[in-house]
Design a protein around this ligand. Sequence first.
Ligand code: AQP
Length: 334
Amino acid sequence: MTKPRLFSGMQPSADSLQIGNYIGALMQWRGMQDDYDAFFTVVDLHAITVPQDPAQLREKTRRTAAQYIAAGVEPSRSTLYVQSQVPAHAELAWILSTITGFGEAGRMTQFKDKSQRYGADQASVGLFTYPVLMAADILLFQAEAVPVGDDQKQHVELTRNLAERFNSRFGETFVVPTPVIQGETARIYDLQDPTSKMSKSAESQAGVLYLLDDINATAKKVMRAVTDSEGVVRYDRAEKPGVSNLLTIYAALTGREISSIEDEYAGRGYGDFKKGLRDVIVAEFEPVRARALELLEDPAELDRVLSANAERASEAAEQTLATVYERVGLLRRG
Ligand code: AQP
């Protein structure tokens, strides 16, 4: 029996992924490989929607792929490749952009956030059409499931709308995908500013836990995380965003209920709680970091694996693209 398709990806926009990427996406990816024909992409074409240094971008792309593998994505079971090595992504994005409303694209909150960060004059058209490229990524593979963090939900909604619009205008072509989002753990916040989403390319790195950071630096960041003056380990997102965020991370990494962690630390204060969390994070990160760094010692082998996987991805993508071109009425080369 053929397995349903799954698509997901991350931008190579930093030297290292952060714990939100790990909990919100990678942990899910790892667990879904058995049940799905999965495509995991390093979305470098998305990363260039904001300025990137060319040499560093190549390095970040390899580093991102190495972290996927180190976190448990198996390139012999799932298709792990680099987006720009499969031209069909950009080709389908163009077609989809012709059926996307300007106002519809303008409502995407990520564009609003990022264009504010870079300033209206610096924000590129590519940043504006980012969600259309993401829709193309997903629809190319006829993916049924799209495991993402909560921040990407709006983009998957747009993808669904575009798939339905194309299907009704040109005939059944695309599978309409469903976002797979893990409730409470779907959004991890910055440790120094626990009302903002943690981001790998954040301006200040003080509140970001990077997978590839020196493990002592990570431990220090956990111990310095912002809490509150109540001194009680208790989940309350509105009143206690810092402690609630730490509880979310603890629960996600251990698979425990938040209430059981609250019980364990009842009457013990934040120092003990942070030490407990630090140990959990260090134990989780250490093997992933070691494996990723080992893979990066042989970039030629990593590049070879990625190229072979891109071949596999191209075959699947070209099939969808050929149907789309046919449906839209483009005259094909004889
Ligand atoms: N803080 C987060 N909590 C839970 N999930 C998160 N994700 C990202 N941040 C969190 C999920 O990780 C995947 C990576 O997506 P991406 O690299 O394409 O872009 P992003 O969502 O914009 O991630 P970052 O880390 O914030 O990157 P930059 O700084 O480059 O913008 C997605 O599944 C996302 O939901």
